[in-house]
Design a protein around this ligand. Structure first.
Ligand code: URA
Length: 220
């Protein structure tokens, strides 16, 4: 007899899958067990730079007058709220590096969370956010949106600090995590490079990449 299939979860409407060929190619290289930590880190940095383009695509613009060597012209610059990148420790640091390459003026916050191995609940051990985060757009970073518990807890902290404009960036999301996250924060769009099949009994994304922190830092 076939095993009962998991209920199909619909992808929440606020999910953006960034399926650019270069991102997908680099993600395939990252997934391979044989990819060493130094290459894994570099690929994550490169993908994060490409994701930074997509997550900032809707930033408002304004025209300003500038002088070129030849003429005066009206030229576009980014307007509106400034950015704050919030890295969920420890794996969020892998995305942070690439994002900062593209968004060097962004402020940076950190949320330290670990997963209780039994309940899979998110337990907070560190929080440091910029004082003026309520006046910024926050982009919360965590490569693996697995159960959705850590992602939801991190965004709850950013909201508690007064921030009202928030986006979430992951590398790979599980359908279960997207559903949990969307239920907690329907106002926060999720940008991800892939939505994988499911979570295993230990809360790991299948097929996934394994433990993102271990693969970034070469720990195991
Ligand atoms: N965290 C990881 O690092 N990997 C997973 O697959 C799930 C959570």
């Amino acid at each position: 007899m076939n095993a009962p299939s998991a209920p199909t979860l619909t992808t929440p409407p606020s999910t953006v899958v960034v399926d650019h060929p270069m991102i997908q190619h680099k993600l395939t290289l990252m997934r391979r067990t044989r990819t060493p930590a130094n290459e894994f880190r570099l690929l994550l940095r490169e993908i994060s730079m490409l994701m930074a383009y997509e997550v900032t695509r809707d930033m408002p613009m304004e025209m300003i007058e500038i002088e070129t060597p030849l003429a005066t012209m009206q030229a576009p610059v980014v307007a509106g709220k400034k950015l704050c990148l919030v890295s969920v420790l420890r794996a969020g640091g892998g995305i942070l590096e690439g994002m900062l390459e593209i968004l060097p003026a962004a402020r940076v916050g950190h949320v330290g969370l670990y997963r209780d191995p039994v309940s899979l609940a998110a337990v907070e051990y560190y929080l440091k956010l910029p004082r003026d985060i309520s006046e910024r757009t926050a982009i919360v970073l965590d490569p693996m949106l697995a159960t959705g518990n850590s992602a939801a807890a991190a965004v709850a902290e950013v909201k508690a600090a007064g921030c009202q404009s928030i986006k979430f960036v992951s590398l790979i999301a599980a359908p279960e995590g997207l559903a949990t996250f969307h239920e907690a924060h329907p106002d926060v769009p999720v940008y991800t490079a892939a939505i994988d099949s499911h979570l295993n009994d230990h809360g790991y994304i299948v097929p996934g990449i394994g433990d993102a922190g271990d693969r970034i830092f070469g720990t195991k």
